[in-house]
Design a protein around this ligand. Sequence first.
Ligand code: MN3
Length: 193
Amino acid sequence: MYTLPKLSYAYDALSRSISADIMRLHHEKHHQSYVDKLNAALDEHPELKDVPLEALLSSKETPRAIINHGGGHYNHSLFWRWMDPNGGGEPEGELGRRIIEKYGSFQAFVDIFSKEAAGLFGSGWVWLQPNLEVITTRNQDTPMLSVGAEPILGLDVWEHAYYLDYKNVRADYVKAWWDVVDWDLVGERLRAA
Ligand code: MN3
């Protein structure tokens, strides 16, 4: 049985970028729904219940309902952790150094990632991968399904993630989101990858 993870901060803790109303709705309703539907899909496939979620999401053999709702659970579980009330600024250490090596500057990286986020048609996610490539996926598909590696950073650009605050202006949501990114976690994930 999968369960909804608790947030490590209050719903209003990121309100300089994302309001408490969005955080509550996104966590309590949207994420909960992915968890419930993932559990229901696994009831239809009991032989997959003991397979780790990352493995299920990496296989093109996995039933679509599990890819969709399992991806929703995986993606959102990380998304909450990639944000922090004390986040923002620029990455330091190896992560900061390697981003500058690859993109020329931190701002150049932010511009490319933001452009992908603003330009992604429909619903999906933008990711930073351990090789520091920026990629996108549709719906709740994970990078494991397309490029075979877990992401070190990701941004939800479904309308439910920003519409209450930013209406149709996704670019303003993306711009504000950088101010709450937890670069410590991104750096940890790069080291672990
Ligand atoms: Mn979402």
